[in-house]
Design a protein around this ligand. Structure first.
Ligand SMILES: [Zn+2]
Length: 78
C-alpha cells in the first residue's frame, strides 16, 4: 500500500499499485521488428535503466475515489 497525495480527494490517501504492459507500437513485419530493435538499442544507450521500464506503465489508484495516476518514475521498482 502506498500513501500518496490524491489531487481529487485533496489529501493523502492509500493507493494501490497497478502495472499495465504497454501494447507494442510496432507491427509484425521484419522491417518493423528491425526498427523496434534499433530504437530499443539507442533508447537503451541513452537510459539503460529506462529501457526495461519502457515496456510497462505504472499506475497508482486511489482507494477512496478510484482516481488512477500514471506514475512511471520507477524508483520503487524491484
Ligand atoms: Zn482520491
Amino acid at each position: 500500500m502506498i500513501i500518496q497525495y490524491c489531487k481529487k480527494c485533496g489529501k493523502e490517501t492509500e493507493h494501490k499499485e497497478l502495472i499495465k504492459q504497454k501494447p507494442s507500437k510496432y507491427g509484425k513485419s521484419k522491417q518493423e521488428q528491425f526498427k523496434a530493435f534499433i530504437e530499443g538499442f539507442f533508447g537503451g544507450m541513452a537510459s539503460p535503466a529506462g529501457a526495461a521500464l519502457d515496456l510497462v506503465d505504472r499506475y497508482v489508484e486511489c482507494n477512496e475515489c478510484g482516481l488512477k495516476t500514471l506514475d512511471n518514475q520507477g524508483e520503487e521498482f524491484l
